[in-house]
Design a binder for this molecule. Structure first.
Ligand code: NAD
Length: 494
């Protein structure tokens, strides 16, 4: 049986890839391919960037007002809303995440477009007074130009929306390159912009392998900014190459986020929050709370509750409504997570639960939710981003000690604090070296709230008012309104 083929979406049309080459996308439940995506090569990259560049410099888009862009984004939000469940099913089939979760995520996706639709005509420059006599100085916020958006496989459309919505509201044009593991939904999304009335070339999407076309996208001098979500090593490479030609980047990268449990916390909520924070999406979340610091006085009780919850998790097909844990995205990821667990055990960690392929799941990329105890903060399982359902539990004695351990990581994406002591919560929130801190909750996100990490977790912010400015440049304009002669700089008074 021949598989459905998804082509490239360039300049408002579906296009055959230049080399007529396609690659399979696998369903992680079965390990079998379920569609083919176009494999873009250099001519396709050039065509997509040319379309975006032309749309930015010469097309009708370059003459739109911010209010018109906001209206288009509102229409796009409606189109996305009308396709939300269909897109959710495609994503769940592609990355193995729960259909329930993807539906919830995609039903909230229009909020991201609506937020920036509303913000489009609220971006302002400033008037700077007093710079000189009879002169004024003002600033203009301008779009950057062509933005290349490169995304990871774990939440393809969500990661794309966080980039496209502010970039377009600000007046940029976009080339979207989704992960080669999850191309279909992003290609479809690009076509919805045409349906919503965006001019051709404003949003283009090309599928293909990052290692084949990534450098071409990043190095092209017509690309003003690369907005990237993915692993830290690829993010560093992109930042280095973009830096060579001083192009802007924003990077949303990996994490090894700490959750910290104090003895005065609500233990039921801790168990719920910690389990959701590390086992949801089979742990394939950048913000996964994968390092759990527990006060030694409550360590055994907290571990027992988490193991009990982990044991009760229903593993299965992500499309089934009762499933709570689906497979990992592919065989390579499964092998990587399994290797990380083995190395942790070699270094002295104890498997309190899980660690292997669940009984009855001989095919697909399933792994049990895994709880490791006896972990110290210097072990590999506490330092490396595993990106799988693996929780490493580390005991602590004092607030100072746990703060030092929590911050002792190359990453700084997110952190969780579980306590009923308000002073301690604020003290810890201020002292934690993380871009997002959750107190007595975990994993909340909103289009309204800035999102992004510190240190090796990234550069820049997505979401919130701040994100639209990341897709702008600031120009300073000086105007002399003195009708007299200009002071001659070469003639000095006696
Ligand atoms: P990845 O870095 O392997 O791939 C991400 C994207 O980069 C893909 O589209 C890939 O094709 C592309 N790519 C690969 N090589 C490239 C190159 N040389 N030049 C340009 N692009 C290239 O990451 P992944 O495995 O898809 O995703 C998992 C990682 O993403 C994890 O580290 C996770 O923490 C991170 N992530 C971060 C966030 C966040 O918001 N901070 C969100 C989701 C995922």
């Amino acid at each position: 049986m021949s598989l459905t083929r998804h082509r490239l979406f360039i300049d408002g049309e579906w296009i055959e890839p230049a080399e007529a080459s396609f690659f399979p996308s696998e369903n992680p439940v079965t390990g079998e391919p379920w569609y083919e995506a176009a494999r873009a090569t250099a001519p396709d990259v050039d065509a997509a960037i040319t379309a975006a560049h032309t749309a930015f410099t010469r097309g009708p888009w370059s003459r739109t007002t911010p209010t018109e862009r906001g209206q288009m984004l509102s229409r796009l939000a409606d189109v996305v809303a009308s396709h939300a469940d269909e897109l959710a099913e495609i994503e769940a089939r592609d990355n193995g995440k729960l259909l329930r979760e993807m539906k919830a995520q995609l039903r909230s996706l229009p909020d991201y477009f609506r937020f920036y639709a509303g913000l489009a005509d609220k971006v302002r420059g400033d008037l700077i007074q007093g710079v000189a006599r009879d002169a004024l100085n003002y600033t203009l916020r301008e779009p950057l130009g062509v933005v290349v958006a490169i995304t990871a496989w774990n939440s393809p459309l969500y990661l794309a929306a966080m980039k496209l919505a502010p970039a377009l509201a600000m007046g940029n044009t976009v080339v979207l390159k989704p992960s080669e593991y999850t191309s279909a939904a992003s290609l479809l999304l690009a076509s919805y912009f045409t349906e919503a009335g965006f001019p051709a070339g404003v949003v283009n999407a090309i599928s293909g392998h990052g290692r084949e076309i990534g450098d071409l996208l990043v190095d092209d001098p017509r690309v003003a900014k690369v907005a990237f979500t993915g692993s830290t090593p690829v993010g560093r490479r992109i930042a280095g190459r973009a830096g060579e030609r001083l192009a802007k980047v924003s990077l949303e990268l990996g994490g090894k986020s700490p959750s910290i449990v104090f003895p005065d916390a609500n233990f039921d909520n801790v168990a719920t929050g910690v389990v959701a924070g590390v086992f949801a999406a089979a742990g394939q979340m950048c913000t996964s709370g994968s390092r759990l610091f527990v006060h030694s006085s409550v360590h055994d009780e907290i571990v027992a509750r988490i193991v009990e919850r982990a044991r009760a998790i229903t593993i299965g097909d992500p499309l089934e409504s009762e499933t709570e844990l689906g497979p990992l995205v592919n065989g390579a990821q499964h092998a990587h997570v399994t290797r990380c667990i083995a190395q942790g055990v070699e270094e002295g960690a104890v498997v309190a639960f899980g660690g292997t392929r669940p009984d009855g799941f001989d095919r697909g990329w399933y792994l049990e939710p895994t709880v490791l105890t006896g972990v110290t903060n210097d072990m590999s399982v506490a330092r490396t981003e595993i990106f799988g359902p693996v929780l490493s539990v580390i005991p602590f004695e004092t607030e100072e000690e746990v703060l030092e351990m929590a911050n002792d990581s190359e990453f700084g994406l997110a952190a969780g604090i579980w306590t009923s002591d308000l002073s301690r919560a604020h003290r810890m929130a201020a002292a934690l070296d993380a871009g997002i801190v959750w107190v007595n909750t975990y994993r909340n996100e909103s289009a309204l709230s800035p999102f992004g990490g510190f240190k090796q977790s990234g550069i820049g912010k997505e979401n919130g008012i701040e994100a639209i400015l990341e897709y702008s440049r600031l120009k300073s304009v000086w105007v002399n309104y003195d009708d007299g002669d200009l002071a001659d700089p070469f003639s000095y008074p006696g």
